[in-house]
Design a protein around this ligand. Sequence first.
Ligand code: NI
Length: 158
Amino acid sequence: MALRTIRLQGDPVLSKKCRDIREVTPKIRQLIGDMIDTMYEANGVGLAGPQVGVLRRVVVIDIGEGPVVMINPELLETSGEQTGDEGCLSLPGKAAVVTRPEYVRAKAWNADMEEYEIEGTGLMARAICHELDHLEGHMYTEKAEGPVHDVDYGEESD
Ligand code: NI
């Protein structure tokens, strides 16, 4: 396991669409492990492939309930609405108000290439939507409903 460099907003890799993963090779396993380590080191709740410079459809999320690995994730259902501050490890120390679904259901592969479904509400729903946006080359700031503002040091971001 190793830490990877987190790409910051303005890096062209963050605005590109990611490719599917066809097979979980040792290299992809290493990537996933490194992404989890990098997310924890940065006190984030999520990290997507492009944020470490890899244009592949993989995200890791941990909202405090253990790491979730989503390979080739797809949203199946969303409902409701939540509006609140959102941050991103690619824009450290900043946040802005974004409206997201309150509930999402998604499918993805785990690291063993087994398809599974996951449901999330609140922060989990927000994190899934945020990270899946990264795979399409989108930053949360594109959806910000107000100014991007400073947050206190230490606040978690995804
Ligand atoms: Ni992000």
